[in-house]
Design a protein around this ligand. Structure first.
Ligand SMILES: *Cc1c(COP(=O)(O)O)cnc(C)c1O
Length: 428
């Protein structure tokens, strides 16, 4: 496959956009080469500016769980746009999607919509701090909660890839209120709690980590944190920007049967438009302006086009009783196929998977936290990435990213991918 026009477009973009991209991972720095410029997409496929067709395993980093250009979403956006694209005033549509989201997700009474996952997480910790009247938060090494200052303390994928875990521009003052813990290490979490008794407003976690590859929580880990939170008046925040409406209707809370105090959303909830949200029980949500003292706002929050897209997406997921099982089966099939081919070709690897989130690591040791995720062989990953790309298969351009399986993928697509892995594995 040739990428001439993409290279040319990238060169033009670099002149007027820093690094040629509006989000760093898109620049292909971790894998080399130049990024692919997309012209259109439909179902499981991307069509690029050079006329190549690619099977898409990233799906806009998650939102296109039912495939690209999903008709109910596209139609709703077109119809809504004709009625006006933004008012800065309430619409009935906002209540409709809020009510549906609240009915699908356990343990939440109210939800507020914002424009990105970053905004959702940033607002969630402000709310937690206001509610508990405490300053400190705990986050886990390798977990990503967007690019707001408080979270750029050894953040996930993007920052790891660029070797800048602590971004310049984040002040010491901000950093001192973010405490770091190790994922899947409850003794470490206990020690952090112990050293900061009654000072911790919230602990925020990706209930399945997805920004250092896909890392499931070890058995009992989330439950043990729940207990620590209950004992110390700390709020437990599930960042479900990735897992929400993906692992189950009710996300990780439903999958693991654990109650979070605040939940954040993004990605799937917007159906491919810029949407984030955070939600909690009444007692906490009523602490937000205009009811309560914690301020949070947005000119385009609850935007009608974005809400129309999100509503159609949630409706489709809610109406399909088999969707999450079907996604699980497709992803398990892919996992098994890839594992067989890599094993047959004597490649050292680990595959992690939860539902439709999957990652391939080029190291034999189990990948359970940021440290073990960092041990993977990046040179092998680069060859794997470019090998797949040549076969017309697009995976994330970084070894620290999860693949997001879409229901639009057919078993023929999966078999094609597994056979491509066999071919590439012979050269690894
Ligand atoms: C993508 C992501 C975010 C940030 O969302 P944006 O919409 O990119 O700001 C936050 N948390 C998690 C877990 C994510 O995967």
């Amino acid at each position: 496959m040739l990428y001439q026009r993409s290279s040319q477009l990238f060169a033009e973009a670099e002149k007027v956009i820093p690094g040629g991209v509006n989000s760093p991972v898109r620049a292909f720095k971790a894998v080399g080469g130049t990024p692919i410029f997309v012209k259109s997409a439909k179902g499981a496929y991307l069509f690029d500016e050079d006329g190549n067709k690619l099977i898409d395993y990233i799906n806009s980093w998650g939102p296109m769980i039912l495939g690209h250009a999903f008709e109910p979403v596209v139609d709703a956006v077109i119809e809504r746009a004709k009625l006006g694209t933004s008012f800065g005033m309430p619409t009935a549509l906002e209540t409709e999607i809020a009510a549906l989201a609240v009915s699908m997700v356990p343990n939440i009474d109210k939800i507020r919509f914002v424009n990105s996952g970053t905004e959702a997480c940033m607002s969630a910790i402000r709310l937690a701090r206001g509610f508990t009247k405490r300053d400190k938060i705990i986050k886990f090494a390798g977990c990503y909660h967007g690019h707001s200052d408080s979270f750029l303390i050894q953040a996930g994928s993007g920052a790891i890839t660029f070797g800048a875990p602590n971004s310049p521009g984040v002040t010491q003052g901000t950093a001192k209120d973010t405490l770091l813990a190790k994922y899947n290490d409850i003794e470490n979490v206990k020690a952090v709690f112990e050293a900061n008794k009654n000072e911790i407003a919230a602990i925020i976690i990706e209930p399945v980590a997805g920004n250092m590859g896909c890392i499931p929580p070890s058995k009992g880990f989330l439950e043990a944190i729940r207990t620590l939170c209950d004992e110390s008046g700390t709020l437990f925040i599930f960042d479900e920007v990735m897992t929400g409406f993906r692992l189950a209707k009710g996300g990780a809370q439903e999958l693991f049967n654990i109650k979070a105090d605040i939940v954040t959303f993004g990605k799937v909830i917007g159906g491919g438009l810029p949407v984030g949200a955070f939600a909690a029980r009444n007692e906490i949500m009523n602490y937000l302006a205009p009811l309560g003292p914690v301020y949070q706002a947005g000119t385009l929050s609850g935007n009608p086009l974005a809400m129309a897209a999100g509503l159609e997406m949630l409706k489709a997921l809610n109406a399909d009783a088999q969707i999450f099982e079907r996604l699980e089966q497709k992803t398990a099939y892919l996992e098994k196929g890839i594992a067989e081919k890599l094993t047959a070709n004597k490649v050292k690897f680990t595959i992690n998977r939860v539902g439709s989130m999957i990652s391939v690591h080029f190291d034999e040791a189990p990948v359970t936290d940021f440290q073990s995720a960092s041990r993977g062989d990046n040179e092998t990953f680069k060859k794997f990435f470019h090998g797949l790309l040549q076969e017309g298969i697009y995976i994330a351009p970084s070894a620290y990213e999860t693949w997001f399986i879409t229901d639009a993928l057919t078993y023929e697509d999966l078999d094609f991918t597994i056979n491509a892995v066999d071919k590439i594995a012979k050269q690894l």
